[in-house]
Design a binder for this molecule. Structure first.
Ligand code: CP3
Length: 340
């Protein structure tokens, strides 16, 4: 498996590739399938449909990995945080207003409630070529906590950041709760056929530098240590989006095999400063694919050149937008496959 080799720290002669949000609304076949199950949570819990959505981009583009179709908000949903999706507005949750609200969250039956995700992984593995990796994922504790505290998406994360200053011990308690549920879910995903695990800290950029070790790196290490202590040895990719120079400490201390880099990171800097045995993943700006053409390909070349002598997984710096033309993705895939 191409991703596995790269994540073991060995440069492959052909760079493996997959894309964040490769299954999603930019694909007409996804929109058709999604229309058959309007409620997003029910859709994620419909194992055959989730498996089909997972396989769609692999069938269309022959990328090297499938990422199970699910969502980082399935854990708060299973904890009873009132997760639902409102069309055009995104996710909504029952906001946590004070530390005592954490005690209302449930840790019971999580694996029973999310059993269909395991079945979707088994179905997907059955339909996936043995050379392709199957990625299981969860959100990092901080990113998931922001949705739980804010009650949905946020522009400035004002409430979550205020919690850090006002209730840092309660924040630790919430992050540990989420990390422990994440360990159980990732273990279940690995046992159901996921051979690579990824943890999305999409809003790590909002954490003040003073708290980054405590809120970003330490909870991630709790997850990687927890997995190892349960005998789960699947490689883990961390994605601490937008943490700037703290990426060096994260790379060293989070216990990861690969690091996802967002499109603000200069890959030449990453190559020069990150351990040579650590796989880097990324980092084309997803908006370049909306425009497509020469500039998109030139920026992909710059990434490939910078990573020419290190383990690298080609990917985006964040997920595809719904406006992305599928043909531009095909151009990009052909270009990377032909890269010498
Ligand atoms: O192909 C893949 O990458 C797998 C599927 C996947 C989804 N969500 C499906 C999805 C993955 C890996 C995620 C992770 C996720 N979910 C993250 C972390 C990665 C990132 O993008 O930063 C986050 C922050 C979420 C939370 C979330 N889920 C939001 C904010 C939204 C609403 C966005 C919107 O545009 O409506 C979702 C819904 C969601 N998850 C969609 C998809 C394809 C769109 C909903 C739909 O199909 O109607």
């Amino acid at each position: 498996m191409r991703l596995q080799k790269t994540l073991s720290g060995v440069k492959d002669e052909k760079t493996p590739m997959w894309f964040m949000r490769q299954a999603g609304r930019y694909l007409p076949e996804y929109r058709a399938l999604r229309a058959s199950e309007p409620d997003f949570i029910s859709y994620c819990l419909n194992s055959p449909k989730a498996a089909e959505a997972t396989l769609q981009p692999v069938e269309r583009y022959d990328v090297d990995a499938a990422i199970i179709f699910s969502d980082i908000l399935m854990i708060p949903w299973a904890m009873g945080a009132g997760v639902h999706f409102v069309t055009g507005e995104g996710p909504k949750l029952t906001a946590l207003d004070q530390p005592s609200d954490i005690d209302r969250l449930s840790s019971e039956d999580m694996l029973t409630k999310l059993a269909p995700v395991g079945e979707a992984l088994q179905l997907t593995r059955g339909g996936l070529d043995a050379s392709k990796s199957l990625i299981g994922f969860c959100g990092a504790p901080w990113t998931v906590a922001t949705y739980m505290i804010e009650g949905g998406s946020s522009r400035d994360f004002k409430k979550s950041r205020s919690w850090l200053w006002q209730n840092p011990d309660a924040m630790d308690r919430l992050l540990d709760r989420i990390a422990d549920e994440s360990i159980r879910l990732l273990e279940m995903k690995a046992q159901s056929g996921a051979d690579v695990l990824m943890v999305f800290d999409s809003w790590a950029s909002a954490v003040p530098s003073y708290f980054q070790d405590r809120v970003v790196t330490r909870p991630m290490r709790r997850i990687t240590d927890g997995l190892k202590s349960r005998g789960i040895n699947a490689p883990v990719i961390g994605f601490p989006k937008g943490i700037g120079e703290n990426i060096l400490a994260y790379a060293e201390q989070a216990g990861i095999n690969g690091i996802g880099l967002d499109h603000s990171v200069d890959m030449r800097w990453a190559d020069a400063n990150l351990p040579k045995s650590l796989a880097v993943q990324g980092n084309l700006d997803p908006l370049s694919v909306i425009t497509g053409g020469k500039e998109m390909l030139a920026s992909a070349d710059a990434i490939m050149e910078a990573c020419a002598s290190r383990p690298h997984i080609f990917n985006l710096g964040h997920g595809f937008n719904p406006e992305t033309p599928p043909d531009h993705v095909a151009d990009l895939v052909a270009h990377i496959r032909g890269w010498e």
